[in-house]
Write a protein that binds this ligand. Structure first.
Ligand code: FES
Length: 114
């Protein structure tokens, strides 16, 4: 599901350094991560079997999230899967900080889009 506008999803203090949380932007479930002070947002629903990725493992050095169900890893940068069984990308979103609030916005181009 796409996002068409910037939406407040969390406060800066809600996302500790090196961790991720599950948030919502309207109907869109989002996995929001903070790595070295930078925020990353990807769709929280695994492309393989609809599990929430925010319940998995964050790998800050690789900028990847590992699905808790079958261990596929997804790039926080472009949403591409780096491990099977997932073969499809998940959507990634732009993130900006205004004051103490984190906003998520329109989708970044996916790795598998033209
Ligand atoms: S549900 Fe995520 S890899 Fe299977």
């Amino acid at each position: 599901m796409s996002l068409n506008q910037w939406t407040k999803v969390a406060a800066v203090e809600d996302v500790p350094e090196g961790e991720m949380i599950g948030v919502s932007a309207g109907q869109v479930k989002i996995c929001l991560a903070r790595i070295k002070g930078k925020y990353y947002a990807m769709n929280d629903i695994c492309s393989h079997f609809a599990t929430r990725l925010s319940g998995g493992e964050l790998y800050p050095d690789q900028l990847e999230v590992e699905c808790p169900l079958h261990d596929s890893r997804f790039s926080l940068v472009d949403g591409s899967p780096h491990e099977v069984p997932a073969e499809e990308c998940v959507d990634v979103y732009a993130v900006k900080v205004e004051g103490e609030e984190i906003l998520v916005g329109p989708r970044e181009p996916r790795a598998d889009s033209d």
